[in-house]
Design a binder for this molecule. Sequence first.
Ligand code: ZN
Length: 222
Amino acid sequence: MKLRNVILLALLFFGSANSLFAQLNVISDFNYDSLLNVNSNYGLVPFKSDLIREKIMYATDNNFTKKIVYDTAAVYLSLDARNALLRVAEMLKSLNVGLVIYDAYRPYRYTVKFWEIIHDDRYVADPKKGSRHNRGCAVDVGLFDLKTGQFLDMPTAYDDFSEKASVSSKDRTKLQAKNVELLQKAMTCNGFQLFATEWWHFDYEGWEKYPIYDISFQDLNK
Ligand SMILES: [Zn+2]
């Protein structure tokens, strides 16, 4: 990267008002466009495909907060993670299986909010570090039958904060074990990494290279 770009990036990263946002160099509306000018690999892109079903629980009140959290349901990811997830969807298509997307990019403001509710970094990210969802590099996924539309049986419901949801749990039926293994294989051979406490959560490799964003879904949809 040219020195001019390094200096510009450094300047961009000091544009936040609140101290936590500043410590983490959170990218907001204020400096998003400038970031893209520096490196077009950054930024968030929508994920659309006939091979997915969106079930964004945080855009409904059917989630652990019992409140509507997101102002709109939208699936955005960083470019590389989006392309990798498209490869996963294409791979599963041959088995007549599609991807259920429960969550993808999550604006940083919601990581702060979730931490206020659940102070446990096994399940929600500490705002001091930020979440990989904030970087557009994490996705929460399940599987569905492309012919019938029915969700495949998985070890627990989404956001079940119990031991049973962990990737190492043996507390599952043969069918649940088979389904979760299919999901894990398809994801990991396309660059996604498992997350110990949640069968549905996957991080895209190299996530640490991407900035933390706090761009609202409404602004991204513009
Ligand atoms: Zn997640």
